[in-house]
Design a protein around this ligand. Structure first.
Ligand code: SAH
Ligand code: SF4
Length: 360
């Protein structure tokens, strides 16, 4: 079976090149084409002899992803829906570092990456979990999200993705080994060279895996999807809270924090009449203080299948004021891509509904 070229290590590629009777430097040329020059296909590799290109085609797949759909325009938030080899779909979102209302373009981008097809954790606000869990993404399917988007941006000049957020579809820490494999590649100088401090891993709260991540040598940033500051509120929307209640989660994050100083963000989706009360603001501020974490508020992006509503602007402002009164450093993430189904899993869900409609 052919293996993906994007995850072969320099050492193994070198062995392969030698066994093909080619000089050592060929492996560096191939890596350069795949990871740095952003070649769009084998035939673009102009310094690789055609007989080697033919062998490469026989033994390696160039990409594990096919672009099914793209939404958004250059310079703004763009969303990519990828078709995988088994006709499953995942999505990535490219977010400019500064999108202004006047549409100024930015040369720095964050890519939001998926790690699983579907999600087993079934949070009751999230489109990714609606149809359950299908499978883990392979390391190459994670790496190729970055490489494919870079290839599509090639006309813009230098590489554009400077930061990664592992916040797309799926629970990253439930696909731990494949994620670490992919991030080690994306981190490497010969690949995308994205520093660990520029990579944020978001988790719904898998306490044992957070402890494991704390022992990795890399200093990844950690984001915790909190969304409820007491067990009573959190367990209404996040079933994982029954397995790992807040006390356990907080202990694991404290352990992470003590080893990776200053790297934790608490993500908190504001949902009307569920988690936007002054009591929740106080409890949230207490957790943030204990973990020396900053709070990132996200106004809930409504999903048809769920009953929740986004709080009014006044209610959002009141929650922020309360948090600030209680001393928690807070940012509010205004949805940049409200119009393009920016919340996690929504584009895939829409695509599946459309495919179902075509089948009827
Ligand atoms: N499984 C991981 C990472 C993917 S989900 C986790 O739960 O952290 C990551 C984020 O998607 C959530 O924390 C939330 O910030 C965002 N999200 C999902 N559904 C959303 C919705 N309906 N509105 C706003 N944000 C949403
Ligand atoms: Fe899964 Fe994260 Fe969505 Fe929860 S919020 S269902 S853990 S992807």
């Amino acid at each position: 079976m052919r293996q993906p070229v994007s995850t072969i290590s320099p050492e193994l590629l070198q062995e392969w090149v030698c066994s093909a009777g080619e000089p050592d430097y060929r492996s560096q040329q191939i890596l350069q084409w795949i990871h740095q020059s952003r070649a769009k296909g084998w035939v673009e590799m102009s310094n690789i002899p055609s007989k080697i290109q033919e062998r490469l085609i026989l033994e390696f797949t160039f990409s594990t992803l096919i672009l099914q759909r793209k939404q958004g325009n250059a310079g703004m938030t763009q969303k990519f829906l990828w078709r995988l080899k088994d006709d499953q779909f995942v999505e990535s979102v490219l977010i400019p570092a500064s999108t202004s209302l006047y549409g100024e373009t930015s040369d720095r981008f964050t890519l939001c990456v998926s790690t699983q097809v579907g999600c087993a954790y079934g949070c009751k606000f999230c489109a990714s979990g609606l149809n359950g869990f299908k499978r883990n993404l392979e390391p190459a399917e994670i790496v190729d999200q970055v490489l494919s988007v870079e290839r599509m941006q090639r006309g813009e000049g230098d590489r554009v993705i400077t930061n990664l957020v592992i916040m797309g579809m799926g629970e990253p820490l439930a696909n731990y080994t494949n994620l670490m494999h992919a991030l080690n590649i994306l981190n490497a100088k010969w690949s995308a060279n994205i520093g660990a401090r520029k990579i944020t891993i978001s988790t719904s709260g898998l306490a044992p895996q957070i402890r494991k991540l704390a022992k990795e040598p890399q200093q990844y940033r950690l984001a915790i999807s909190l969304h409820g500051a007491t067990d009573r509120v959190r367990e209404q929307i996040m079933p994982i809270n029954k397995k790992h209640p807040l006390s356990q989660l907080i202990n694991a994050v404290e352990e992470y924090q003590s080893l990776k100083n200053g790297m934790v963000t608490l993500e908190y989706i504001l949902i009307a009449d569920l988690n936007d009360s002054p009591e929740q603001a106080l409890a949230l501020a207490n957790i943030a203080e204990r973990l020396r974490a900053k709070v990132n508020l996200i106004p809930y992006n409504e999903v048809d299948e769920f009953k929740w509503k986004r709080p009014t602007q006044t209610a959002q402002d009141a929650f922020i004021q309360n948090l600030e009164k209680f001393g928690a450093p807070t940012t509010l993430r205004r949805e940049k891509g409200h119009d393009i189904d920016a919340a996690c899993g929504q584009l895939r869900l829409r695509n599946e509904k459309e495919l179902d409609a075509q089948r009827v």
